[in-house]
Design a protein around this ligand. Structure first.
Ligand SMILES: [Fe+2]
Length: 318
C-alpha cells in the first residue's frame, strides 16, 4: 500500500488574480481561470479567494483502491473522519483545516530536463560556446510543485496525521523530530511539518531545471518586487536542494528549488542515511552548506502570523 504522488495544491488568498498573474509571468500556464499548470502537469496550483492566505487543499495519489480503505482505517484510529466516493478519499486535516484529497492514480511523468552543458576541470562539455544561461537569459519554465512546508504549534499531532494516518514516510528529522521531513514520492521531502507561532503555510516549493534556473527565477522576481526576497541562494543540508525563498504577492513564502535528493530504496535510506535528530547527537545539520548560514527570523515567524491567527480564530480553527 502506498501513497505515490503529490499531485497539486490549492491556495486561498484575498486577491487571487494577483498571485495567478505572478505565476503566469514566471512561465506557468493558464489551464482554467483559477488553475495554473506546467508543460507536463496541467493542474499544479489552484488559486481561490479566501479571507486570509492559507493552503486550502492538498491533492495526493495512491496505487490502488485498497489503499484508500487502509488510509480510512488509519485515519479512523486517529479519530479523523474521511469519506470514500468511487476512487477518491477526502478528509480534513485536523490541525490546519485544509482538505486532503487522495485519488487512485499517479502523477504524470516529468519530461527530463534538456541538460545544459557545464564545463569542469579536465572536462569540456561546452566548447566554443557561451553558457546556456548566458545565451538564454529567460530560464526554462517551472516544472511542478514539489512540496509544502506547514508550521503549527500542534506539530506532533500534525506529524501523526501525516505519518500514521495518511502513511507519509519519514526521511529525516531535526530537534528530536520536531521538524519532520516526509515523502510519498522519491523526493527527499514532499512535506515538512515544523513548529510555528500559529498554523500556517510556511512555503510551497516550485521545482525548476537547475541551479542557473533557481538564480535566474529569483532575480526575475526581485526585478519586479525588490522586497520579495527572504533568503537565498544556498544549498540545504537535509534534502540537498539548491534553494531561493521569496514571497508571492499574497505574502506566501515560496521556494524555487532544484537538485533534491531522490530516495528510491526506502530500506537503504533508513539504514544508511536517515537521522531523526539531526541537530542532536547525530548532527549538526544547519540550514545550509553554502549560501546564508541561517534564515532571517521572518522565515519561521512571518510578519502576518498574528493576522493569520486572528483569521483562523474567527473561523473556529486552532
Ligand atoms: Fe522547501
Amino acid at each position: 500500500m502506498a501513497l505515490n504522488g503529490f499531485l497539486d495544491i490549492e491556495l486561498a488568498v484575498p486577491n487571487p488574480a494577483e498571485t495567478f498573474e505572478f505565476w503566469l509571468r514566471r512561465g506557468m500556464t493558464r489551464t482554467t481561470s483559477d488553475v495554473l499548470g506546467t508543460a507536463d502537469r496541467p493542474k499544479q496550483i489552484t488559486i481561490k479567494e479566501g479571507t486570509y492566505r492559507h493552503l486550502a487543499s492538498m491533492h495526493l495519489s495512491c496505487d490502488s483502491e485498497s489503499d484508500l480503505a487502509v488510509v480510512a482505517k488509519q485515519l479512523n484510529d486517529l479519530g479523523v473522519a474521511s469519506t470514500i466516493a468511487g476512487t477518491t478519499l477526502t478528509c480534513l486535516d485536523p490541525v490546519f483545516g485544509h482538505s486532503v484529497v487522495i485519488d487512485v492514480g499517479s502523477p504524470h511523468a516529468l519530461t527530463p530536463s534538456q541538460q545544459r552543458a557545464f564545463n569542469g576541470p579536465g572536462e569540456q562539455t561546452r566548447s566554443n560556446a557561451r553558457a546556456d544561461a548566458v545565451v538564454n537569459q529567460t530560464p526554462p519554465p517551472p516544472r511542478r510543485v514539489g512540496h509544502v512546508v506547514l508550521a503549527t504549534p500542534h506539530f506532533m499531532e500534525s506529524i501523526d496525521f501525516y505519518v500514521k494516518g495518511l502513511g507519509f514516510k519519514v526521511s529525516d528529522g531535526m530537534f528530536k523530530g520536531m521538524l519532520t521531513f516526509m515523502r510519498i514520492e522519491s523526493d527527499h521531502h514532499n512535506l515538512l511539518i515544523q513548529p510555528g507561532p500559529t498554523s500556517y503555510l510556511n512555503h510551497y516549493a516550485i521545482e525548476v531545471d537547475d541551479i542557473d534556473a533557481v538564480g535566474q527565477f529569483g532575480r526575475a522576481v526581485l526585478a519586479e518586487s525588490p522586497d520579495a526576497d527572504v533568503v537565498g541562494m544556498g544549498r540545504h543540508n537535509l534534502g540537498s536542494n539548491v534553494f531561493w525563498y521569496l514571497r508571492d504577492p499574497a505574502g506566501n513564502m515560496f521556494e524555487f528549488f532544484s537538485d533534491m535528493d531522490q530516495i528510491v530504496d526506502d530500506e537503504e535510506w533508513d539504514r544508511v542515511h536517515r537521522r531523526d535528530d539531526w541537530d542532536g547527537a547525530d548532527g549538526p545539520a544547519g540550514f545550509s552548506v553554502w549560501g546564508p548560514k541561517d534564515p532571517p527570523p521572518a522565515f519561521i515567524n512571518p510578519p502576518d502570523a498574528p493576522a493569520i491567527a486572528a483569521a483562523r480564530e474567527a473561523l473556529g480553527l486552532r
